[in-house]
Design a protein around this ligand. Structure first.
Ligand SMILES: C[S@@+](CC[C@H](N)C(=O)[O-])C[C@H]1O[C@@H](n2cnc3c(N)ncnc32)[C@H](O)[C@@H]1O
Length: 235
């Protein structure tokens, strides 16, 4: 398992866009603004901000936004297409040494490291960048939704959507989901370690969050087995 050290290339953005993954950006930002009242949680760090689709929208809603990502090409797109936020080239394991009112980790931007200890230790670092009563919002795929949505026995399969082929492989034993996105003559492979929601809650409590709530979407509906996980963790 090894994601590119220089982050995700533009091929990922093109594939995700064709797959409709950015369709609800406006709505997601609106729902985030309900979870994070502007009056009390205006200073936001968007961790793994990509090309700044949510950073830019939160900025237009009045938030003071910093976006970090390790991909130079994503940040360059963010600076030209989603202006306003401060964008910094940084590894998610070492965010800026400042206190924020809120942290965002959106679109399954967690579980990328070869050593799971890196994922887990990082949560402590994130907690240290929040002021007391600060809030971390995470939105990600989890093991429960993988069990519900992916074929139980086949570890390899291909999904076709418009011009995108997703060559998927699930390693059930290690909980690692690998997707090779093929579009035209380009290809990008991404590995993600998926976690059980209860484990993530325990890791977050251990990392210094005092309250960890689990939901099924940003409107804070209950989680269904097939839905992604939304975590609202308060320090
Ligand atoms: C699935 S994308 C999500 C982007 C954004 N959060 C969104 O909702 O559109 C994951 C992002 O994480 C970035 N990334 C991967 N590894 C990283 C790391 N170690 N530190 C910071 N960013 C990283 C990638 O470059 C990519 O932009």
């Amino acid at each position: 398992m090894q994601n590119p050290k220089d982050g995700f290339p533009m091929e990922f953005v093109h594939a995700a866009r064709s797959l409709g993954r950015y369709r609800n950006t406006e709505q997601e930002a609106y729902l985030l603004s309900r979870i994070l009242p502007l009056a009390s949680h205006s200073k936001i760090l968007d961790i793994c901000c990509g090309f700044g689709r949510l950073s830019g929208k939160m900025y237009s809603l009045g938030y003071d936004v910093t976006g970090i990502d390790i991909s130079a090409v994503q940040l360059s797109m963010a600076r030209s297409e989603n202006q306003g936020p401060r964008y910094l080239a940084m590894d998610m394991r070492a965010p800026p040494l400042e206190k924020f009112d809120a942290l965002l980790s959106m679109f399954t931007s967690f579980g990328y490291f070869a050593d799971p200890a890196d994922d887990i230790h990082m949560l402590k670092t994130w907690a240290s960048r929040l002021r007391p009563d600060g809030i971390l919002v995470m939105e990600l795929a989890d093991m429960e939704c993988a069990r519900t949505k992916l074929p139980a026995l086949d570890t390899s399969f291909v999904r076709h959507t418009l011009d995108v082929e997703e060559h998927c492989q699930m390693d059930w034993k290690r909980g690692i989901f690998k997707v090779a996105y093929r579009q035209g003559d380009t290809e990008f492979t991404c590995w993600t370690r998926l976690y059980e929601k209860e484990k993530l809650r325990d890791f977050l409590l251990h990392a210094g969050f005092r309250e960890v709530q689990l939901f099924g979407d940003l409107a804070l509906n209950n989680k269904n087995p097939e839905s992604n996980l939304v975590i609202v963790a308060t320090k």
